[in-house]
Design a protein around this ligand. Structure first.
Ligand code: FCB
Length: 474
């Protein structure tokens, strides 16, 4: 333990320039609780998690980490850990209950206080506008598959930008629109739990359209706030070596093309002004003719970005499906160590996916807006957690980030997922991603070894270790 916690830190700290942003991330529904407080109305996640069988153990976000009430002490905890930045999300149903109409001043005031408290504690506030908690009224009106939702989102984005934009250091429209559309409307694993491929594709388009329209409303209200979107990207590799030349080689390559197409290029291409990739348009033709993509939409989606947020957890390794009748592609494991999510630990995947964006898309500053791991934590009698695996995951992925910078990729920040254990969507409270342990019975927070290690790294970075012996050194 001791070695892990102290030794490589000063070397690793040298990989990041003095201006590099280090922080932690959370999302509103996963931590806030207080679901009916100060005028908040239900989101799709309140309704979904209340439905039997949707979430592990019937867990809901009703209490979560009680962060809505404990915000000042949670910010103090981040300060004590030396965090430079905090990425949180704003609950649309707090700010604009029902998803339309007047602003709920009491709900907005919570985020106003959060931003001010962060700044008072020297922590840069980064806000995500939409981390999956669509107001239920908008779902009842059709949800993201309906075009009007994009316009409602742009209006809400303008409200937030107007209120907070002067103090935010980063404003992210959407978190992982792939999840919102394909898990929410395609396979039903996430709220609102619909299973309709055509609806999922329409949702993906209206999310991206909402992002593009929000660029206008945000820039009108807060011209100087750095504006971006966060995508979950997956490097996608064939389950055979590059040198493999068997008769099914082309089928492997096609499996990669399809999965990369729908997971990555479907979002990257339109955001970077290329419109939807034509091969994927062909792939999905039997599901949808994409009649909801109207003239001019792709220009709106291509609004200039100040940064791209990338969330990375693992790599996809694919093969042509062994059994006909499935979706055509199998996802395989390579036998690498996995996290409690069953996701293979693959720091090189972070290098590969960010490098690919750098090599193939227009230059834009990149922030790693999420990266982290769930493990089964063992809590000692004193509440501490010696999470050596999470610590190693964090260290090895930061090492990959450092190598990207050394290789000339414009990576400017890293936000660990997550500040603390929280409501992990369909997995409920069973999966713990926190650097800080949460005892849900008492709401006691205890930094794990990974949190201490990260704090030490940030301390070394701040004190200029490795920057020629001081931040102003050679
Ligand atoms: C991401 C989500 C985040 C969290 C992590 C583990 O897909 O953005 O809220 O659930 O996965």
């Amino acid at each position: 333990m001791t070695d892990l916690v102290t030794d490589p830190i000063t070397t690793l700290a040298t990989a990041f320039p003095p201006s590099f942003t280090f922080g932690v991330a959370t999302a509103a529904y996963q931590i806030e609780g207080a679901v009916a407080e100060d005028g908040r109305t239900p989101s799709i996640w309140d309704v979904f998690s209340a439905e039997p069988g949707r979430v592990h153990d019937g867990d809901t976000g009703e209490v979560a980490c009680d962060h809505y009430r404990r915000m000042p002490s949670d910010v103090a905890l981040m300060r004590d850990l030396g965090m430079g930045a905090y990425r949180f999300s704003i609950a649309w149903p707090r700010v604009q209950p029902g998803g339309a109409g007047p602003v709920n001043a009491a709900g907005l005031a919570f985020y106003d206080r959060l931003v001010d408290t962060l700044l008072e504690n020297g922590i840069a506030p980064w806000a995500t506008l939409y981390h999956w908690d669509l107001p239920i009224e908008l779902e009842r009106a059709g949800g993201w598959p309906v075009r009007d939702t994009a316009y409602r989102f742009a209006e809400y984005a303008g409200i937030v930008a107007d209120a907070l934009g002067d103090r935010l250091r980063g404003l992210i429209t959407l978190n992982e629109p792939w999840c919102s559309s394909f898990l929410g409307y395609g396979n039903g694993a996430h709220a609102p739990g619909r299973r309709d491929g055509a609806a999922a594709l329409a949702a993906s388009h209206h999310l991206l359209l909402g992002h593009g329209l929000a660029a206008e409303s945000v820039r009108a209200a807060a011209p100087s706030v750095p504006f971006g979107i966060t995508l979950n990207l997956y490097p996608t590799s064939p389950a055979v070596p590059a040198s493999y030349d068997g008769p099914d080689r082309a089928a492997y390559d096609d499996a990669v093309r399809r999965i990369d197409g729908l997971s990555n290029r479907w979002f990257l291409d339109p955001v970077f002004g290329r419109g939807y990739p034509t091969d994927v348009v062909e792939d999905v033709r039997s599901t949808s003719a994409l009649e909801f993509v109207l003239d001019g939409d792709t220009d709106i989606i291509a609004a200039p970005l100040d940064f791209l947020g990338i969330n990375y957890y693992t790599r996809h390794v694919v093969a042509p499906a062994a059994y006909p009748g499935s979706s055509g592609v199998d996802f395989l494991s390579r036998g690498l160590p996995v996290t409690a999510m069953g996701w293979e630990v693959d720091p090189e995947g972070l290098y590969d996916v960010v490098r690919r964006v750098h090599d193939e898309y227009p230059a834009v500053p990149i922030f790693l807006t999420e990266n982290g791991s769930a493990y089964v934590d063992v809590v000692e009698d004193d509440g501490t957690v010696h999470d050596a695996e999470r610590l190693a995951y964090l260290r090895d992925h930061l090492d990959a980030a450092g190598r990207l910078i050394a290789d000339g990729v414009d990576v400017r920040g890293y936000f660990a997922w997550s500040l603390m254990d929280n409501f992990e969507w369909a997995y409920g409270y069973e999966k713990r991603f926190g650097l800080v342990h949460v005892d849900y019975a008492t709401q006691r927070r205890t930094p794990k070894a990974s949190a201490r290690w990260y704090a030490n790294l940030l301390d070394a970075h701040r004190s200029g270790m490795g920057h020629g012996g001081g931040i102003l050194g050679a």
